[in-house]
Design a protein around this ligand. Structure first.
Ligand code: C5P
Length: 393
């Protein structure tokens, strides 16, 4: 999801093979609207060329603390004051150790120590280096010092070994970075989100589903995580990549979604039911593929459980938020649903404007009235919705 930023970032690159990914990261940061100043350590220059990063960022790459061209000779102060955030990607084990101990012996480590803006690191190293007590000690210290640690991921490493220490991909780092700037209105809260369509089988190859893409539900899950919540995303079949740091439970049918929700709901403070749950399923799905005949078959449908209504009727329900996608009389239908399901908040949208699209327009309908959120990207709307929910809690 592309977003317009007007933020300045210092992208610090340290010595590791993952430095090659910094080129793609620079490109994505620039595309997202960040003004990027690349600063490299001496070791990083062995892995990736300054000319590449200069071309992608549109600015000369800095490496030297002793820059005679800098008017006041204080590049480290100037750079850190101009930045809204500093991201070190990749952050080598050596650089993490330097940060943990406040060492400042080159431009990058010095500007980190001199900073007055948030600092994030994306570690990348061999799994043995990652596992060493010294590295883990340093990471614990960095976290305690308020430094954000993005990743690493587990998987195949450049050295051929398998384990923890792969730098997160550039797309994921951008998502992590965005989250850094969001207010933590739901810190410590557990949020359950349902998303996507459900699929109700007719036989092993056919089924009943709907046109929900899952985009709104995934955006709500991401916005809740950005706000500091522990998020569980229960999703029907979609083609989307779930946001990072969200626990995902994949389901197919409404009944499976209901069972997953009821299993996970107990410790959740908020339930946001964005999924387009099929209202009916085939009474008896065929075990074998139904053969074509001369006469059309009759399908007997039965009602699916209403998950949201069931959760709202629990003795101690979480704060429940429903979604109502309507083709006509949008607010009237949504108000009726809010009343029928006894929920404090329902979010109405027009099917024609929302389903499958990257943007939507929402109407929040609560006990104290209505609020319209003008057409915008679903992530932007989701952030506003999360703010609204936090203010109602
Ligand atoms: O009843 P209706 O489908 O119109 O209401 C929409 C809201 O109810 C959505 O929040 C949807 O996730 C939820 N719902 C549900 N279980 C169903 C049908 C809808 O949780 N069987």
């Amino acid at each position: 999801m592309a977003q317009a930023h007007s933020k300045s970032i210092v992208l610090g690159i340290t010595g590791g093979i993952a430095a090659y990914k910094a080129a793609e990261l620079t490109r994505l940061l620039v595309k997202a609207g960040y003004a990027v100043q690349v600063v490299m350590t001496g070791a990083a220059a062995h892995f990736v060329g300054a000319a590449t990063l200069q071309a992608l960022s549109g600015k000369p790459v800095l490496t030297q603390l002793w820059d005679s061209a800098a008017g006041n000779g204080m590049t480290h102060i100037d750079l850190s004051r101009a930045a809204d955030v500093i991201l070190i990607a990749p952050a080598s084990a050596n650089f993490l150790a330097k940060l943990a101990h406040g060492l400042a012996d080159d431009l990058l480590s010095t500007l980190c120590l001199a900073r007055n803006c948030p600092l994030a690191v994306a570690p990348a190293m061999n799994r043995e280096m990652w596992d060493k007590p010294a590295t883990q000690r340093n990471l614990a210290q960095l976290r305690q010092d308020g430094i954000a640690v993005f990743g690493p991921a587990s998987g195949e490493q450049a050295c051929g070994e398998l384990g923890m220490g792969r730098m997160l991909e550039a797309e994921t780092l951008l998502i992590e970075l965005d989250a850094l700037f969001q207010p933590k209105r739901l810190a410590g809260k557990r949020v359950l989100v349902t998303a996507g369509p459900t699929y109700e089988p007719i036989d092993p190859v056919r089924g009943i589903t709907n046109r929900s893409s899952g985009k709104m539900g995934y955006a709500v899950a991401r916005a809740a995580w950005e706000a500091g919540a522990e998020v569980i995303l229960i999703t029907g079949p979609t083609a989307l990549t779930p946001p990072p740091n969200v626990r995902v439970i994949q389901v197919t049918t409404a009944q499976e979604m209901r069972d997953a929700v009821m299993r996970e709901i107990k410790r959740s403070a908020i339930f946001i039911s964005v999924a387009a749950v099929a209202d009916y399923r085939v009474a008896q799905a065929a075990q074998q593929k139904m053969k074509k005949r001369d006469t059309a078959p009759t399908l007997t449908l039965v009602l699916n459980p209403d998950i949201l209504a069931e959760v709202a009727a629990l003795p101690k329900p979480p704060f429940c938020v429903g979604f109502a996608a309507e083709t006509e009389k949008i607010t009237a239908h949504a108000k009726t649903k809010r009343a029928q399901k006894s929920i404090p908040l329902i979010v109405a949208n027009r099917v024609q404007d929302a389903v499958g699209q990257d943007e939507s327009e929402l109407i929040l309908i609560g006990a104290h009235g209505m609020q319209t959120l003008a057409r915008a990207e679903k992530l932007i709307l989701a952030r506003t919705l999360i703010e609204h929910i936090a203010s109602l809690l």
